[in-house]
Design a protein around this ligand. Structure first.
Ligand SMILES: Cc1ncc(COP(=O)(O)O)c(C=O)c1O
Length: 357
């Protein structure tokens, strides 16, 4: 079994004219980042992270630079955190539905993955009781995405705090992947504020349209940051100075980039609301933010055939739910160009009308 079937599919699938399998805010062009060309440089000191970038991240999220570890995207951030905190035979508790690299990376390191459910009937809310039931004496890490991939639901702070208390009592830690947070609820404080047993990962990929920069980071206590840096010594050494310098520039324009993302998402969101209103065969909590939805197709066991037929017959991509361990659902992204979303939704509606599953 591949380590991360979704990631493998996402990288090898056919491209589609109407691409709703995405989750990033529309990619930025170099002209949309003022000063980008002048900022490029091929050398500079960044052994423990490029200092101006660590300062910019720290300022943005209200922490000290010594609590920031830079990484290759949120993917690299998650992997570094796992590499620093997990050893062979540890247990890691991960949400279901969940983003599969969060499980695959743990398996690669020899950890056992135990999942707990976030249920459509509860609006995919986090239930600390389910987390408690999934914990074992070997649990070292509890991993949550907030906003949740694939549903975009933002974790309730009280539930997160309760999960933090469970972790703390068990000598475990909570990793919260907040890569979608700024596109969804930018004013929500980072979960690091909940205590030193929390670790937060994120990047400029999802909320700012800067996937190509691979500008990611981990926010943690200083003690954990020191462990993360030693793990980095054997994972990728240092970051790319080229990308880290551009990352500083992006932080200098973050409000502008945020406004760009908001404008796009505020135009696209009503199209998704209207689509869901017209589709009684889909069960989906009303989306309040984020870049993706995860509807359940009622009375259908597996959406794989629907996704396959949409791709081959209607040139339209959605993500079948089995990649998130929930085959009755599918993930539909709405953070791309509005015309693409409109055309894609029409095609999904036509496929549902024709019962192409
Ligand atoms: C929850 C989550 N974390 C991390 C990533 C990867 O982010 P990055 O491009 O910054 O590595 C994704 C991408 O889909 C994601 O959904």
């Amino acid at each position: 079994m591949p380590l991360a079937p979704y990631m493998e599919w996402a990288k090898t699938r056919r491209s589609a004219k109407w691409d709703l399998a995405i989750s990033n805010v529309l990619g930025l062009s170099i002209d949309e980042l003022p000063g980008a060309a002048e900022t490029l440089a091929l050398s500079g000191r960044n052994d423990s992270g490029y200092e101006p970038l660590m300062k910019a991240i720290a300022r943005q999220y209200g922490v000290r630079p010594s609590q920031v570890t830079t990484a290759q995207g949120a993917s690299g951030a998650n992997f570094l955190a796992y590499a620093a905190l997990l050893t062979h035979g540890d247990d890691i508790v991960v949400e279901r539905p969940g983003y599969d690299p969060l499980m695959g990376a743990a398996r690669l390191l020899g950890a056992n993955v135990v999942q707990f459910d976030r249920c459509v009937e509860d609006g995919f809310a986090l239930d600390p009781e389910r987390v408690r039931a999934a914990m074992t004496p070997r649990t070292k890490l509890i991993v949550i995405t907030s906003p949740h991939n694939p549903t975009s639901v933002v974790a309730d702070p009280d539930a997160l705090k309760a999960i933090g208390d469970l972790a703390s009592a068990a000598g475990a830690r909570v990793l919260v992947d907040e890569v979608y947070l700024d596109a969804t609820a930018r004013d929500t404080p980072t979960s690091l504020t909940l205590g030193d047993h929390f670790i937060v990962t994120s990047s400029l990929t999802k909320s700012y349209g800067l996937a190509g920069l691979r500008c990611g980071w981990i926010l943690s206590s200083e003690a954990i940051a020191a462990q993360l840096r030693r793990a980095r010594d054997v994972v990728d050494g240092t970051g790319s100075i080229v990308a880290e310098r551009l990352g500083v520039l992006a932080f200098a324009h973050l409000d502008q980039l945020h406004a760009r993302a908001r404008t796009l998402l505020d135009i696209n969101m009503p199209l998704v609301h209207e689509f869901l209103r017209q589709r009684p065969e889909l069960a989906c909590p009303k989306p309040r933010g984020g870049t993706v939805i995860f509807p359940m197709l009622l009375n259908v066991e597996d959406t794989s055939r629907l996704a396959e037929r949409l791709l081959t017959e209607r040139d339209t991509a959605i993500v079948p739910g089995h990649f998130f361990q929930s085959p009755r659902h599918f993930r539909l992204g709405f953070s791309g160009p509005t015309d693409q979303l409109r055309g894609g939704l029409e095609n999904v509606a036509a496929a549902l009308d024709a019962r192409e599953w």
